[in-house]
Design a protein around this ligand. Structure first.
Ligand SMILES: Cc1cc2nc3c(=O)[nH]c(=O)nc-3n(C[C@H](O)[C@H](O)[C@H](O)COP(=O)(O)OP(=O)(O)OC[C@H]3O[C@@H](n4cnc5c(N)ncnc54)[C@H](O)[C@@H]3O)c2cc1C
Length: 319
C-alpha cells in the first residue's frame, strides 16, 4: 500500500467503522477524563464497547485497516500522553457476572472488581476478598495480575476466553497466562480478555464482610484518599540478586524522596511509591519525577526500579 492509499484509509476510518458497526466513533476526546491520574491529551477517536460483539468488531476492524488502537479498562493503571493518542481508544464496558456451579463465577472482562465483590457479598461467595479496594476492571486486573496482601488474581482464574491476535475467539485455562508478580502473558502477545471464570466458594456473609473491612482498613492506612489523582503504585517491588523481594516504597522512602515534585506531580507524603497529580501535572512532569526517583534509588541502593504504571505514547506502533 502506497502513502496516498494509506492516508485515504486513515481518513475514511470513522465512516467505514460506522458502516460496519452502526456505531459512531467519538472524535478528539480528552483522555484525562478517562484516567484516574487526570492526565492526557486528546485521542483522535474513542469508542465504548458495551457488548462482546462490539469489542470484537472494533478490534478486528482496526486490525484489518492497520489502524492503531488501544484497549483500556477503568484507566486506573495508565498514564496517557500529554499529546493524546493518534488512533482509536477502545474502552471496555462489557459487564456481567453469574455463578457457574458451586465453586465458580463467570465474569465479563469490563466488569469492575467492585461490582464483582458486591456480587460475592450478595451471593455469599468467598475467596476474592483480597481484591477489595483495587480499582478497575477484570480485564485490567488479569493483564497485570493485580493483587494485594500476598495474593493475586491469577491464582483464582480457572478458564478464560480471549480474542487472539488473529481475531479468533479462543478458550484457555490458567496456564496460558503464565501469571507471575504483576505479569501475565497478555503483556507479551496482544490477546484481549473477553471473560473469565474465577474460583470462589460458599461463605457466610458475616465472614466475608469482616474480611473486607479488615483489608479496607489496612489499605486506608497507606493509600491516598479516593479523590487523589494517581495510578496506584508507580513502581513494581524489585527482586534483589539474593532473590528477596523488597517493597519499592521502602527503598524510595529511605532514599529520601518524599516531598520531591516536578510541576504538579508529587511523591505522596503517606506512601513513597505513589506519584500524585496535585492538579495540573502533565505526563512529562510525572515521567521526569519518576526518572529522578529511579536515579535516587539506583544511586543509594544500586537497584533498578521498573514502572508498574503503563505509559501510552501518543504515536503508537501499528498493530
Ligand atoms: C488508588 C489505587 C490503588 C491501587 N491499588 C492496587 C493494588 O492494590 N494492587 C494492584 O495490583 N493494583 C492496584 N492499582 C492499579 C490498578 O487498579 C490495577 O492495575 C487495575 O487492575 C487496573 O485495571 P483497569 O481496568 O483500570 O486497567 P487500565 O488501567 O484501563 O489498563 C491497564 C492495562 O490493562 C490492559 N487491559 C485492560 N483491559 C484489557 C482486556 N480486556 N484485555 C487485555 N488487556 C486489557 C490495558 O491495555 C492496559 O495495558 C491501584 C490503582 C489506584 C489508582
Amino acid at each position: 500500500m502506497g502513502y496516498n492509499d494509506c492516508m485515504s484509509v486513515l481518513a475514511s476510518f470513522p465512516e467505514d467503522f460506522f458502516r460496519l458497526t452502526g456505531k459512531p466513533l467519538k472524535k478528539s476526546i480528552p483522555l484525562r477524563q478517562y484516567s484516574h491520574f487526570k492526565i492526557g491529551g486528546e485521542a483522535d477517536f474513542f469508542f465504548e464497547a458495551t457488548t462482546e460483539e462490539e469489542l470484537v468488531q472494533a478490534v478486528s476492524f482496526s486490525r484489518q485497516q492497520n489502524y492503531p488502537f488501544f484497549i483500556m479498562g477503568g484507566g486506573f493503571n495508565l498514564l496517557f500522553d500529554d499529546a493524546g493518542f493518534r488512533g482509536l481508544i477502545i474502552r471496555n464496558r462489557i459487564t456481567g457476572i453469574e455463578t457457574s456451579g458451586e465453586t465458580e463465577i463467570t465474569v465479563a472482562s469490563g466488569t469492575s472488581l467492585k461490582s464483582l465483590l458486591e456480587f460475592c457479598l450478595k451471593e455469599e461467595r468467598g475467596g476474592l476478598e483480597f481484591l477489595v479496594g483495587i480499582p478497575g476492571t477484570l480485564g485490567g486486573a488479569v493483564f497485570g495480575n493485580a493483587g494485594a496482601f500476598d495474593q493475586d488474581i491469577g491464582a483464582v482464574i480457572n478458564q478464560a476466553h480471549l480474542l487472539t491476535p488473529a481475531d479468533e475467539i479462543e478458550r484457555v485455562d490458567q496456564a496460558f497466562f503464565s501469571f507471575a508478580y504483576r505479569y501475565s502473558s497478555l503483556k507479551k502477545t496482544p490477546h484481549i480478555l473477553l471473560g473469565a471464570t474465577l474460583e470462589s466458594f460458599a461463605k457466610d456473609r458475616g465472614h466475608i464482610e469482616s474480611l473486607l473491612q479488615t483489608y479496607l482498613k489496612k489499605r486506608e492506612k497507606k493509600h491516598p484518599p479516593w479523590g487523589v489523582a494517581c495510578a496506584g503504585s508507580y513502581f513494581k517491588n524489585p527482586q534483589l540478586s539474593s532473590g528477596e523481594k523488597v517493597p519499592a516504597a521502602f527503598l524510595l522512602d529511605n532514599a529520601g524522596v518524599k516531598g520531591m515534585q516536578v510541576g504538579d506531580a508529587e511523591v505522596y507524603s503517606g506512601h513513597a511509591n505513589f506519584i500524585i497529580n496535585r492538579g495540573k501535572a502533565t505526563s512529562k512532569d510525572v515521567k521526569d519525577l519518576a526518572s529522578r526517583l529511579k536515579d535516587r534509588v539506583q544511586e543509594r541502593f544500586g537497584v533498578e526500579l521498573k514502572e508498574e504504571v503503563i505509559f501510552l505514547p501518543a504515536e503508537p506502533a501499528s498493530p
